[in-house]
Design a protein around this ligand. Structure first.
Ligand code: ZN
Length: 284
């Protein structure tokens, strides 16, 4: 794991140099180790997901933002894609340091109450005044209830938060507002944007946006089919369903896979194809 030097510079997105990418080390889900902070705008910037709780990483971001300010590019607002700890943990520090507010969806603000003070609510469809064509907020719940993507209207690159990742996987955690059916619907909604690139929170930009979204949807539906095939008329515990539903996953990953399995079962229950019997699950 690399400790970032304080003098790191953001990377500019090809063809859209008002979009700057600054990865910071975060307590995220392995194999991912970093979360991308996006600094977007021309003279007036937003900082999307200042994510790191670590002092050295916060200092590196502070330094990069100070360098931009010296060139007349000032961060005017902090924006959050969703409430997860690997996206918001530098927000309070940066807000205080810069004297700027924090904007997020109401569902995100509610989940951060007492930890991060959200000062402005963003609704889906809202156009934020950052970049040459503005940034349009897209409400994409499922991974998290308040999840927002941001469409850069000039380049059609989409800041995708945790809808997709180019390093690591996206977890849908039912106990933290995750909902598989809603996530799938949001992926379909994101697909309609015909993005020129997806800018994920974890990993480098994704050029083949539509193909990647199709892959994600196909992957989830394939998993759903495996889950359905693992069910029988006799109720079985989630631990007993795991090997059949996740044959491609090492047992060390089962605790995580169990959460995802539950998300699939809850969707199948709503679809009328699975039924719950205490902690066990059977075909409906
Ligand atoms: Zn997340």
């Amino acid at each position: 794991m690399t400790q970032g030097s304080i003098a790191r510079a953001p990377t500019l997105l090809d063809g859209a140099p008002w979009i700057r990418i600054f990865p910071v080390r975060t307590p995220t889900l392995p194999p991912a180790t970093h979360t991308n902070v996006y600094l977007i705008g021309d003279k007036r910037l937003c900082a999307i997901d200042p994510a790191s709780p670590y002092e050295d990483e916060q200092a590196a971001l502070d330094h990069a933002i100070a360098e931009l300010a010296r060139a007349g590019e000032r961060v005017a607002e902090i924006v959050l894609t969703h409430h997860h700890v690997d996206h918001v943990s530098g927000a309070a520090h940066l807000a205080e340091r810069l004297g700027v507010g924090i904007a997020a969806h109401a569902e995100t603000a509610a989940r951060l109450r007492g930890r991060v003070a959200v000062t402005r609510l963003i609704e889906g469809g809202e156009l934020l005044d950052f970049g040459p064509g503005g940034l349009r907020a897209l409400h994409t719940p499922g991974h998290a209830p308040g999840h927002l993507c941001f469409v850069d209207e000039r380049s059609r690159a989409v800041v995708a938060g945790d809808m997709v990742a180019s390093v690591g996987t996206i977890i849908v955690e039912p106990d933290d507002g995750g909902d598989m059916a809603v996530y799938l619907a949001s992926l379909a909604r994101l697909r309609q944007e015909e993005a020129s690139a997806l800018l994920p929170a974890h990993g480098p930009p994704i050029a083949d946006a539509r193909a990647r979204i199709d892959f994600y949807i196909a992957h989830r539906l394939e998993r759903e089919a495996r889950v359905l095939a693992a069910l029988s008329v006799e109720p079985r515990a989630i631990s007993a369903l795991l090997p059949a539903a996740y044959p491609d996953v090492a047992p060390a990953i089962y605790p995580l896979a169990a959460r995802s399995l539950l998300a699939h079962l809850l969707k199948l229950e709503r679809d009328g194809r699975a039924r719950r019997d205490g902690d066990a699950w059977a075909l409906a």
